[in-house]
Design a protein around this ligand. Sequence first.
Ligand code: HPA
Ligand code: ZN
Length: 337
Amino acid sequence: MVSREFIQGLPKAELHLHLEGTLEPDLKLELAQKNNVDIGQSTIEEVKASYQFNDLSSFLAVYYPAMNVLQDSEDFYKLAMAYLAKAKENSVRHVEMFFDPQAHTSRGVDFAEMFNGYYRAVTESEERFGISSQLIMCFLRDMSEESALEHYEMARPFFDKIVGIGLDSDERDNPPTKFQKVFEMAKKDGFKLTMHCDIDQKDSIKHIHDVLHVIGVDRIDHGTNIVEDQSLVEYVKEKGIGFTCCPVSNSFVTDDMKGKEMKELLDQGVKITVNSDDPAYFQSYIANDYYELAKKMDLSQEDIVKIAKNSFEISWISEEKRAAYLAEIDAYVEAHK
Ligand code: HPA
Ligand code: ZN
């Protein structure tokens, strides 16, 4: 089996990462104190003990209230910079980071205050960490399409600083087609599109069908239930549509990391990638996600290298950058022969 060291040093892109999910207990406590927010816990152990979840909705019930500690631009900047430092340790060269504006505006935080903090980290990431970074704005699917449209307009002054539009939060009874209009607008405006198709949802296959054939996404977040429908698998293979899989996250919100599904898709030539999703909550950064999957599925070095290459192949970057990152992987593999 491939070693942890090999994985740790392997150049990779992270494409499924919620900035709000990188809020580590120590920063959460520091910001709670700074901003005078009562989070109900006062030690790291207490914060960790509050991480009791066994499905997507119980996770989200812990996740959203914690965001109260994020108040001003500096807080958002600090959060993103702390993640980028961890990403560097994991040999991440490029990252496309989700943020959830509605989770902040709904508690009175100004859109620009939040956005400017995150974006400042983006502008500094190359020089500080050697990581190129981009932002993907997600809508919360348990809120209305009207709210998504409102936030789309709030983001308009910042359109040139956002690469794509995504959809997250609770999928149950919130199908992709609820947001058809706003995603159509985003596509026309030149954004890349992605949507969460969470694991083992009530209407997983219908939702995967609709994100592909009605919305017309460029990528799918999670989405491994697609193995249940071979015609959909053939479609994503033909179109080169990639999947941002998150094995450790899956093992927290379902009974399994879904490694079998990932390996099956990989073997069929589907562009699957491995990512950390909400690393502070699942206590696993990206190299550990690769390692846990490799261990569980007994992956070869070749499989792991393929996954890392896929991550750059489905990144929303220029062809020049893509070629440079792929060459960096080849050089790394060569040096480890
Ligand atoms: N699914 C849905 N919503 C989320 C997730 C996820 O994996 N992570 C953070 N918000
Ligand atoms: Zn996610």
